[in-house]
Write a protein that binds this ligand. Sequence first.
Ligand SMILES: Nc1nc2c(ncn2[C@@H]2O[C@H](COP(=O)(O)OP(=O)(O)OP(=O)(O)O)[C@@H](O)[C@H]2O)c(=O)[nH]1
Ligand SMILES: [Mg+2]
Length: 490
Amino acid sequence: MAVKLSKPILVVGISLSTGIWLWESFLHSVANLGELSVIGTIGLGAIFWWWQNKANQQILTSQSLSSIDRETVEAAIAASKVTIDAFEKEAPDKDISSLKQAIEQLPEALNRQELQIAVIGGKKVGKTSLKQLLETEDSHQNIQLVEIEALYNKIEDKETAAIENSLASDLVLFLTNGDLTAPELQTIEQLKQSNQRTILIFNKQDRYIPEERAFILQQLRQRLENIIPVEDIVAISASPAIVKVRKYQQDGSLQETVEQPVAEIESLKSRLEQILDRSGEELVWATTYRDALNLKTKAKTILNEVRRDRALPVIEQYQWIAAATAFANPVAALDLLATVAINAQMLVDLSEVYQQKFSLSQAQTASGTIGKLMIKLGLVELSTQTIGTILKTNAVTYVAGGAIQGISAAYLTRIAGLSLIEYFQELEVSATSGEELNLKTLAQKLQNIFQQNQRAAVIQSFVKQAVGRLSQESSKVQKVVLPTHITSEA
Ligand SMILES: Nc1nc2c(ncn2[C@@H]2O[C@H](COP(=O)(O)OP(=O)(O)OP(=O)(O)O)[C@@H](O)[C@H]2O)c(=O)[nH]1
Ligand SMILES: [Mg+2]
């Protein structure tokens, strides 16, 4: 059996050479009557023991991380239901019957007896060979093996579908033919992150001499130390290549024959047997858990689209209010501009859309905080500068006093509003309303949104739109000459 063969050559090598070295240093120490060396030797031994122990502990953690108990799955199903119910209440006109039906079926799916095993890997790694072999040799009635289309074919949709199909299965057999490539490692990490149990199979080991096989297996186990437990990394030959055998005949002539070696998959079979016997139920739980999360993500994505459609007009409304205010009463200080831009009522309205329901006083505190954050991040200064430059380079005669402030206030309102959308979108649908803002997350969102909106084309078209607005405004307030080619399209 290949598992037995896998006595890690590298470790044997290290232990052997460490042993010889320790022995030599021991002799040396005795010869030099160095008590210290003996202590040193013991010390080194202790370090070596500690290092080995540490490695074992790491393997244990990686194993325990992947087990999901029944309660966790039930909680995940309940959380998905909350999201779907919230969705139904908020957007009764949207048809989400398929999501509802799927979530209703999950509790029952927890007791499923049939298992699906996905065979995956790059092109020509031996997926079909292994699947066929297991199907002829395996006695389990309730197991279905599925070959997933080869990965790394450079077609993104196919790649995504392959991973989705793998995650919909209860167990993954990932095939590789030697050391891992970066994309292979990435897939394995992705499966691990999604709580998918994976057995890593080094196939076509017949192409290497025994020492090399053990070395490759050892390397794989080392590289995947924190991702896959050692026992779940095995070496096989699903369909070994024929070998030529040369024999000298009695008459001295050379006879060449070909032999077909038998497949070697014992290591995999015994590991599979163990997993299915001991953890079959847990595999089903984990799949149901992934399904629950998946449904929740789907529901939340559509719900967020609905909410965004409601939130954008709110931002739009407050951005023009801010523009008009700052335009009519141009302020010199940047912090005042931030105050105009971050209207507390906008926060109340947006929080309402996202079922967070800020009170006005909560919103006032939050708007002050956001204003300060925007100043601290340099967003206020940067946007007034950019907008000023755009206005100057496009102005025919002069730009009305207050135009920079007006447009900047509108722009900052927009940035703050869009960032809040991003921020609220990530909150749990069931989260209690009116929670304090997490400033670190919010700052991150502000910076991202600001960067996206700083692209020349985006900001130019915003300025154009704002100038149009302000020229309407200005007819009420004062006579103003605005750059003709900016206003022409507005
Ligand atoms: N030497 C050797 N060759 C193997 C082994 N397993 C599979 N092969 C060969 O590898 C080639 C591909 O095998 P398949 O089983 O078709 O691989 P696959 O991953 O299903 O290939 P695609 O579905 O086309 O991506 C065939 O020529 C097999 O004979 C093995 O253990 N050793
Ligand atoms: Mg195939």
